[in-house]
Design a protein around this ligand. Sequence first.
Ligand code: NAD
Length: 326
Amino acid sequence: MNKKNTPVLVCGAGGFIGGYLVDYLFKQGYTQVRAVDMKPLDEWYQVFDAAENLTLDLNEKEACYKASQGMEEVYNLAADMGGMGFIELNKALCMLSVLINTHLLMAARDAGVKRFFYASSACVYAAGKQLDPKNPGLKEADAYPAMPEDGYGWEKLFSERMCRHFMEDFGIKTRVARYHNVYGPIGTYDGGREKAPAAICRKVATAVLSGKHEIEIWGDGEQTRSFTYVDDCVEGTFRLMQSNVADPLNIGSSELVSINELVSIVEDIAGVKLERRYKLDAPKGVRGRNSDNTLILDKLDWEPRTTLRAGLERNYAWVYDQLSKK
Ligand code: NAD
């Protein structure tokens, strides 16, 4: 497939996954990549000179029209988001991201964009399916009857359906991924928006560097998740975008661990053992969440394959390096 000259737009390119996606597209041979984020360029996690880099607030309809002009493929990864600590306390802000996807879809339709990708989340899954830490894996159908994560999850589910109806009514090929906890180097690891793997890496690295051998864990640590390495997330995103899969698809690892096990792996990587203190009133999200990969294996003959241990080694090394420099 020669995609070299396809003009492609990446929204949220200054963020964690968006930065990796721009890099991946260049490596696939794309030459016309427009990268957009609302942050000033010096705050982007990764900047590629070969891209057309624009600072635009995609909540604004006019900005979406400007960004989409002349594009054939649009990846929407722009959203106001963070880990549990952020989304449980900023529900209105999370829901306002509906403006980004809605305006982008309208602009993409009017600009004649052929394919449109939307980054949804495992937070769309119904709460009642996530009560057991031994979660066997969430199937795509488990999003309905709907009872997603309040705020952030409702916005994601609504925007998924907006994509579906733009495809049905206007013919734009929309593709939707439900990401499960993405982690890796060059991501948010402090400041309140970080997710569990980066937070645990930071806490363990801080303990190593300070010599204060203790760690605070949110909840009792028995809540479970699966964590997806960012390279897998980006590869899955690209594969899905190029596919004929019209329904939402999980992009997530199916390697289930508890937060206590996650801490043990990072401790092992760092070569320390820390005294654990549990903060039971901290935000902790659902009790058990895993990705069922039956559908993605069936449709794309592919699933994320980086082991948690291998991914965390890279993530920990990067976080440790950042903290050491400070
Ligand atoms: P991120 O916060 O690092 O990146 C999002 C980017 O969007 C940020 O750089 C932000 O500045 C930008 N943005 C926000 N509002 C904007 C606006 N109005 N106009 C232009 N840019 C704007 O997050 P990420 O981890 O890279 O996530 C990317 C996407 O994947 C998001 O939609 C997120 O909800 C989704 N997702 C991520 C995860 C995960 O574990 N990281 C899990 C599920 C879903």
